[in-house]
Design a protein. Sequence first.
Lengths: 253, 221, 221, 200, 200
Amino acid sequence: MFLANPQRFMSFSKWAAPIFGVLAVGMLGIGFTLGFTVPDDYQQGQTVRLLFLHPQVSFVSMMAYAAMGVSAFFGVVFRHLLADAAARAAAPIGAGFTFLALLTGSFWGRPMWGTWWEWTDPRIMSELVLFLFFLGYMALLSAVDDEAKATRAANILAMVGLPNLAVVHFSVYWWNSLHQGSSITTTIMAWFHSLSGGGQADKPGLAPIYVAPFVLSFFGLACLFAALWLVRIRSEVWRRKAGALAVQAAGKA
Amino acid sequence: MNELATLFRRELALAWGRGGGPMLALPFYACIATLLPFAVGGDHAQLAPIATGISWLALALTSLLSLERLFERDFEDGALDLLALGAPSMVATCFIKCLAQWLATGAPLAIAAPIIALGLGAKPELWSLIFTSALLGGLGFAFTGGVGAALAIGSRRGGVLIAVIVLPLFVPPVIFGATAISQAADGLAWQSGFALLGAYSLASVALSPFAMAAACRNALS
Amino acid sequence: MNELATLFRRELALAWGRGGGPMLALPFYACIATLLPFAVGGDHAQLAPIATGISWLALALTSLLSLERLFERDFEDGALDLLALGAPSMVATCFIKCLAQWLATGAPLAIAAPIIALGLGAKPELWSLIFTSALLGGLGFAFTGGVGAALAIGSRRGGVLIAVIVLPLFVPPVIFGATAISQAADGLAWQSGFALLGAYSLASVALSPFAMAAACRNALS
Amino acid sequence: MITGVEIENLALTRGDRLLFEGFSAQVSPGEAATLVGANGAGKTSILRCVAGFIRPHAGEVIFAGADPDEARGQGLHFVGHQDGLKSTRLARDELNFQSRWTGGSAAGVERAIETLALGPLMNLEVRKLSAGQRRRLALGRLIAAPRTLWLLDEPMAPLDTARRAMFGNLMAAHLAGGGMILAAVHDPLPVPARTLEVAG
Amino acid sequence: MITGVEIENLALTRGDRLLFEGFSAQVSPGEAATLVGANGAGKTSILRCVAGFIRPHAGEVIFAGADPDEARGQGLHFVGHQDGLKSTRLARDELNFQSRWTGGSAAGVERAIETLALGPLMNLEVRKLSAGQRRRLALGRLIAAPRTLWLLDEPMAPLDTARRAMFGNLMAAHLAGGGMILAAVHDPLPVPARTLEVAG
Ligand code: HEM
Ligand SMILES: Nc1ncnc2c1ncn2[C@@H]1O[C@H](COP(=O)(O)OP(=O)(O)OP(=O)(O)O)[C@@H](O)[C@H]1O
Ligand SMILES: Nc1ncnc2c1ncn2[C@@H]1O[C@H](COP(=O)(O)OP(=O)(O)OP(=O)(O)O)[C@@H](O)[C@H]1O
Ligand SMILES: [Mg+2]
Ligand SMILES: [Mg+2]
């Protein structure tokens, strides 16, 4: 892997992080502006705006867990320090996104389902479990005092939580659920389809004026995650270096 | 094989020894189930519908408590060093430890579960379902809980940390089991919840020893 | 006095150290309160009336869990020997330990209690009563719990044994506190339950250090 | 201030078993005494009895110049196998706590760090210390908080040669200042000491 | 069966700190080697690395005649400060478990009880044993379950004079039978041993 080398990663991320950041600001700016200017939905009224936040945030929260879990896997199996740093870096960001997903979901649930929270809904539940895994990861990281050991233990936990991602995604198909089944991916595919000249999206799911802000805010949030992640990996790498130097110096003294 | 049998006997003895094991887990289980009505106010009409759910939650919590010493002790007194130097692999060792844990505390709790649920007002005809799902759920609790216990080794925060790690792992079996029982109580089909509980428990039996072994080796290093 | 202040600081540091203390107790508390609705089925109509009761019980259980290491660790690593050889009496030492325990875990839990009760559907105007009774109850839990922890020293069964010793001691404060809150929720006079809770907690603060000191000295001999 | 220890006709039981009886000994200011005897003879038990943890079955331990509670709360140090160090805390914090708890001052802690050459360890967590480093840290309170009577249970075993000599000097200084030492050992102490046979 | 240990150019780190590098040593059948060095030099760490707990930072540990997993699972004994004895169980049960877990038979356990004179301790709970008695019990598995390589961390410190001689004879017998010993010590072993300096 190209980025597996720390030096190469550092020089890559030095440029990539700001680029992702700018992309994120741009796309989110346009996406949210569009989202706020589209007319109210005749059924949902104002709350339709959450359509441009909730699904995207939720999907990115899953991406964040996937990023953490896969990094954890490389950290555990190949003892790769950069992968360790990547996993550690993803956790708080992912927890933030997951929390937002839960929050926006329940704000949306009030008008749509008539309840803030539904204990028996599998997707809500599994998303909560995702959040608990993030919390457990961070708790473990801070409770075991040897940093290398803590990272490894937390990474094992992150891997244990990976199957839950599938449950989050497919729960709407496996169990009957209140939650929307139509997927972000179909919307995006439809959008690409329409861009490449297809004109009308063939799925009746989303009204055409909603599609652009829906997709833009998704890519914007994804870039936001990427930017934050890279920045945090960089600071993890710096912190490790500084720590190693300090200990080495103490050893010589 | 011979070694693993020796280990199994020792783990059982450690769990039962000195008046421990079920002798302590059972009263605890009973106490939780008893305190709750006090806390809630003891109104039977309120209590009966949630009785099985509560007995099920108490089971999860009790499993959690007994788990705490599964690995931490062995780590602190150096027995984990010794376990790592036996002929059997660490994976097999962890498997045996969890199995013994289940037999020593999970199984007696499963026997108590229907009694306590009935005491709280559940329907008598549910007892066999409550018993089997507690038995099966206990298996899942022991193995997934073992992962938490192994990951928390050396953290000096024991119980609470294990709980935080393990709770997301306990959510699915708690839901599956509770759903199965409440479906049965309402005369609906309980089979799918029960099957999911079984699948979850068996999957955790198959997979968690690997996570535990990795966690133990990590703690020793 | 100087020595006791040093001890107090150390106990706080041990409880808070490395992301511990409230940072772990709070999520655990939240998790118990969260799992319960899963187990019960999450019907809002069923849940709201018992919300405060549950948050109260979760508080008791969480206090219990964090208690485990109050004396046992010190006994095992020899720190209890050292504590017994300081100028302050063992009674004062035990008092300080429990006070620090309460400040480190009881107080943050008290802050969380109203939030969790509201999340489970309790009435918002109850928050101040829930907070003060959690604070006061936490004091009682810390000190009576300390007695259990001291009696269980050297038993190698930690958590569960403490729980069994302590749960009967927790019954009165659980009832008093839950009654006070549920009375208040129904618009009735909550003062008597609250006064009983306060009396219980203060009595336990005054008396349990003696029991703890005796238990510690016994464990050392 | 303890001005002498007298063990009179001591008999100890552990778990219904009589370890020994009629053990008498005396330690005066400036004197060191070592308890020697086979494994299981009762050396550790005698130290714990003097420290007040175990009640004598018969006989008694008398402190000259102090009543027992005062002697135990202010007059003696006990350093056993278990050093009471918290593995997750920094060595500095633990040394500070142990010293202040037994009556030491900030200046005393500094002196201990200097005399025992603990400086490089101070910012490490205790569990990262090697066996000898831990022991050295545990011995710190002897220097930081001056108490007259030192009860030591095999204090030197994990120390390396250089540190044994260093600790020998500290013991000699303690004795020269009128201190007393009662130690259970298998190898002789590096200071002149009366040998007390414990026949278990 | 291990027929030799070779430590090649070993470097160990603990918590980001390099302890030492370029440590090489070799132990052949019938030979004993002692690791000596200051406190904190890394003796215990070397033993734990040979036992497979710590991964080398550089260099390696090579076992002749066995792959590493086999060597660690069947070829070596490690007796550290922590003896892995459960304090609430009977000495007999613990000796039995430790021996069988490492491959010993009932006859082996009997032999250990006899050779180490453990008989009188067998019906006591482990927590009631004195320091030396515990150590003796922990050493039991060396005799009960024959393995070629003994890794010992300050094995003799808590033993009394008579038991040191006794254990010396056991080590001599082990070496005579083609065994190997690698021990971290502060006092010399009572058998002829090559000295390996660990300069931390
Ligand atoms: C607390 C409650 C909720 C939670 C935890 C939640 C969670 C999630 C998650 C995790 C996703 C991403 C799933 C995936 O891409 O595989 C998602 C997507 C989505 N959610 Fe929610 N949600 C909640 C409430 C709601 C509500 C009330 C609505 C609207 C009625 C809603 C509408 C959607 C839509 C339209 C999507 C995108 C479709 C898809 O990709 O599957 N959600 N939600
Ligand atoms: N709690 C206890 N209950 C019963 N017997 C005990 C207890 N503690 C110690 N013993 C017994 O008392 C005897 C003396 O133990 P002690 O630790 O004092 O010996 P020691 O002289 O210090 O030996 P060592 O040289 O091995 O340290 C031992 O035989 C031991 O088995
Ligand atoms: N888990 C750890 N993390 C960081 N440093 C550690 C850890 N364990 C040990 N160390 C450090 O490694 C060094 C070597 O420790 P080790 O226990 O190997 O020393 P030793 O040679 O056995 O000393 P002793 O003679 O005191 O037993 C010590 O300086 C110690 O502080
Ligand atoms: Mg002794
Ligand atoms: Mg060592």
